[in-house]
Write a protein that binds this ligand. Sequence first.
Ligand code: ATP
Ligand code: MG
Length: 580
Amino acid sequence: MSDSELKTSNFIRNIIDADLAANKFAPRRWSGQPGPAAQHQASPADAPRIRTRFPPEPNGYLHYGHAKSICLNFGLALDYSGVCHLRFDDTNPEKEEQEYVDSIVAAVKWLGFDWGGHLYYASNYFDWMYRFAEYLIESGNAYVDSQSAEAMRAARGTLTEPGADSPYRNRTPAENLDLFRRMKAGEFADGAHVLRAKIDMASPNINMRDPAIYRIKHAEHHNTGGQWCVYPMYTYAHPIEDALENITHSLCTLEFEDQRPFYGWLLEKLAQGGQLQRPLPQQIEFARLNLSYVVLSKRKLLQLVEEKHVDGWDDPRMPTLIGARRRGFTPEGFRHFAEMIGVAKADAWIDMSILEACMRDDLNASAERRIAVLDPIKLVIDNYPEDGEEMCAAPNHPQKPELGTRAIPFSKELWIERDDFSENPPKGYFRLYAGNTVRLRYAYVVKCTGCAKDAAGNIKSVHCILLPETKSGTAGADSVKVKGNIHWLSARHACATEVRLYDRLFKSEHPGAGGRDFLQDLNPDSKRVITAQLEPSLQNAQAEDRYQFERHGYFVADRVDSAPGKPVFNRAVTLKDAWK
Ligand code: ATP
Ligand code: MG
């Protein structure tokens, strides 16, 4: 059974399986470089593979939704021994920035995927796009329209009424070619003319009513500089990019469904004219990721950053991939999540708790255990020698004995969690209260004798008596049966450390639903900064080391703010889902 058969089947896999069975890509040739010339060079060893692509516009940071698309495209290529291209869709001048290119490259790598040298920039295809436009003009499939933008809009018709032909629609190819070349030469101002595909102004699909394919825009491009003042429209550029790269399956989100006929029309015309070789790529739409308790719109994410509701794009609460990384989420967790939610043809909401559960599962398996006291109060062992000290052995991973144990120092004064002591224990409370016995995890059983208070009546310290012979790992360990088992740290040895307790950024399932301002749904408790006591070994944690802090959750050493010997920890996710 092949790897792909082991994976959950879905409609995209079914299409690929059928295409492969029909030997659809047998004539596919790939010389290593995109472009029609490559289509004529034989490279049979490479022949029947599938080729997908992830085509971000470098105009923002990638978010959780992009992770779905990345895992889908790169994952399919891996499963079918194909190739997935990383392509920067940078045909739009003015907007792209190197910072975004770099962060996208880093994010795809971080997720664990490899484009194997197939990194492309759509702007490198401007020559081809232009040449194809001239071909469309010469073959009577495109014309220069000189109506104003308003007039064009008015003539477009509606969903129920057909559009009207432009008065310029019947210009001759020679006339169109002359105008288009002059557009390219910079003779006209922005908006003076546009090049439109000549299809059908009465088409029931508005996208087929002579869509614009080239516009005049006197703007510098980050890659091509001042070379061009005409730029292709996205809907024209994208199918050509796919075809030049010999993409087999062009996966995109559902909002492009109505564009599919134009995608097919354009490539068909170019293939008929011998401009492109078959087989042509096919567009397949899938439902985008809609995740509860976050927003994934670029505009809203930008607003969160600009209005400083978060501490930047990589704030651990942001649903960006750089945020997720700082949060302590894992690439494996994202890949597992993508596999679990699958791909469907209809929009649906995925609950945030599913993503969190995927992260928890992965971290549970991979993260070593450590001890942290987040809300410390002193526990004094009154019958232990003042300067006494001994070591206790704690397992690094309860399910993985091969990871061994580490020694934790024990002494007379310990830090414990404030809520592990109660003056008035409610029913079912098994931790420390006067008269109760409790195990100090990996150490002794102690009997609580009460607490000491300051003048204001606040608890200063909890007191107890240690029962000798009950140390974990010794013969007497089980001689006293207890119901409570709490964690602790030697106060002398523990290190006070900054810990950030992150929670969901929004408190409502659908931020901004019902016309509300989405900012009103921000969770005011999404970030709490505390000084916690950590076990000494954590002092040496390296940035991005991930641990389970026993009884608390999964934490990561912050990759930005940690310094050698002075880590800062972020909570990735709690041990249990507290949002149910
Ligand atoms: P925009 O196009 O509005 O600038 P975008 O989020 O679509 O924003 P792109 O850079 O165009 O950003 O996206 C790159 C790829 O990621 C596209 O193929 C797109 O379909 C896919 N993608 C974007 N958002 C999601 C999502 N929520 N779920 C799945 N795929 C997504
Ligand atoms: Mg997009």
